[in-house]
Design a protein around this ligand. Sequence first.
Ligand code: BGC
Length: 763
Amino acid sequence: MKKTILFTSLLAVFGCMNAQNTTHIPQLGKDKIENVIAAMTQQEKVYLLMGLGENNWLNPPTGEKTVIIAGEAGLTWAIPRLGITPTVLTDGPAGLRIESHPEGLNYTRYCTAFPTATALASTWNTELVENVGKAMGNEVLEYGSDCLLSPAINIHRNPLSGRNFEYYSEDPLIAGKMGAAMVRGVQTNGVGTSLKHFAANNIETNRKTINAVISQRALREIYLRGFELVVKESQPWTVMSSYNRLNGFYTSENYDLITTILRDEWKFEGMVMTDWWGGADAVAQMNSGNDMIMPGCNQREELLNALKNKIIDEKVIDRNLTRILTFILKTPRFKGYVYSNKPDLKSHLQISKNAASEGMVLLKNDKNTLPFKNIKSIALFGKTSYRYIAGGTGSGEVNYEYANTINESFEKNGYKVAKQLELIYKHFIDTVSKTATKDNRKFIVDFHAELPLSKEQIAAQVKSTDVAIITIGRNGGEGWERKLTEFNLTETEKQLIKNISETYHAVNKKVIVVLNIGGVVATADWRDYPDAILLAWQTGQEGANALVDILNGKVNPSGKLPMSFPMNYSDVPSAKTFPGEPADNPVNAVYSEGIYVGYRYYDTFKIPTAYEFGYGLSYTQFKYSNIQLSNKEFQNEITVKLTVQNTGKTAGKETVELYLHAPNVEIGKPVQELKGFAKTGLLKPGESQEITFTLDARSLASFWTNSSSWVAEKGTYEVRIGASSKDIRLTSEFILPQTVIVEKVHQVLYPNRPVTDLTLSLK
Ligand code: BGC
């Protein structure tokens, strides 16, 4: 049981600790940080280098649990005699994660479940993501937290990776731009963020020990690039190092990663904390510049001894403490902010709904099946039609008040939902729910196998309904990968799609599949059956309402895929090496596909995909025209302009994607890479908008390992403007007359085992 103790009692608990006989005791905020640190005992220093975790198992000296907000992920240590308040750290990427019914409170603290990061990335709308961040940050502030442990921006390297739903994309530009927008939004509230998990945390199997072996080029171009963008654009208050090892070292113990790259090269100004219980060697973590160990109570003795025995330089400790104190100084709790416990949940619901409708991706729409025409009654198949999956599990979970379900949303909008079918599914859901324990109640239905239906049960619905909708659901979370059997649709699901399609098509009625999923699934072996497929993702508690608005045409879909949907799992470039070796208990994971992740691989090696990166349909059409480059020769930057016009009959938004095809002179490169994207406003039929992109020298450059530099090779560059990575509408060219070393960086992070990257033979 958790115990809520207010800050006043913390003062009482810690106030008497290590009191010193000085007349003036420096106070944080009033005196210089260095004087505050100078006034600390060694024990106080060590305690401040460690946080406390959820439930605070080991909270010396009282042994009591100290909880400020039930459900918090952790706290920073308080030293009241020096004016150092505790601060509260809370998850996570899809909204604030705290307990909604904390013991001892006579009110509830619900939070808004926003769409998952993958769904947000599918909007390709950074302004929208910034707004979601603003709303999330308001909940962080008004529920009394100081820092949101988000955004999580690791790359979707493999579709089975359990945490993909918490992450944005297979492409680092999208991950970086979305992450930067989220940081800006949250931090406008005067609360912090923690950019995580730094870095190369793409595997959940043995996640606390697995060694990711990655070439320096793939690291720089793919796995670090997003972090670089967020740090340079938005300066998150904190960064969270990851659990995994990277090229032999725990990331939290790696000076080259945490200091040389993050701080020296990218100019990160904030504090670095470990992931919860991450890493092994507290002294190495301190030396690397990983300032705070979370929750860290276990390492107190170890660090104190290291300090006393001069195994660690006290200057290193003081440097890290300076960063922790600089963080604390900025927080609302330190500034004495009186939080209301009343964030504007109503307006956040609307923000969540708008984000949900913009994040859904229309994958198929044969013969304009959608939006609905003359549809009054609906047969809803699939358990998740009656139990919408708003988000994933683990630290990405949110304790929201209520998630609308698809059946309820249809009824609210005046549709008739087939009742007998509803009863069958509700009975199934009730039966499954009865087997739940306290811990798996919320998710048991999501993870349970789908209910098979006989052909007769299906046939019984056809007469009285105008259309069939089949919802396929998937959930997942941190700590484990999704199984291949979860990536593929089960035989029951495929049979349902086939039988329902055949039955409805026989009487000229349409079938729509809705994918209420967190990560990519197989589509190639069933997608021919239904008339339309809407990828709804896990889009928060308003997802079902947003979905109905798309199906009935109130909202024109504008989401596009921030990752590729492969034809088969075996086509995925990391399929053979994921999660690692040895396969039954992986120690190392060799990223031998190198930079060829996602579309960089499929496009370059001409592997067909089911739905390509950047793909998504609309109810209207857009014409792209008038591409203009500011120059034919590249100097410091080049501007690309074009016009997008809505040539259809429905108002809509369009995502415009800029890919660059670079010359292959010295090193192999992906055939094209995303270098810019923009979303239009809501264009009325006939309306146009001019779009402008700016390409800087880094956009032209690849990472050359031997010289450890970003190099733009001389030659002709082709600018490709597309509605997807395959649907290129306009092209133009410019020339770079001389090869340019754009930036020289440190020669660090060598792989500790041989890794031969997949390469492209040069033409
Ligand atoms: C997760 C982090 C999370 C932390 C605190 C860890 O298990 O990897 O993403 O922020 O727990 O809840």
